[in-house]
Design a protein. Sequence first.
Length: 55
Amino acid sequence: VFRYISSILFLISFIFPQPIIDSIEPAFGGIGSTITIRGNNFSYNAIENIVFFNG
């Protein structure tokens, strides 16, 4: 006895657009300075927006 079992696998992928930075203010600052980054395609949940500075 043979049984043919069929299944369908649905793969859903999401492509999130990269953030676009329009401006960073102030242009210079020291450790502990507050920086404002303005742009588009950031997450609405602030904790999901991670920024690294090197310099």
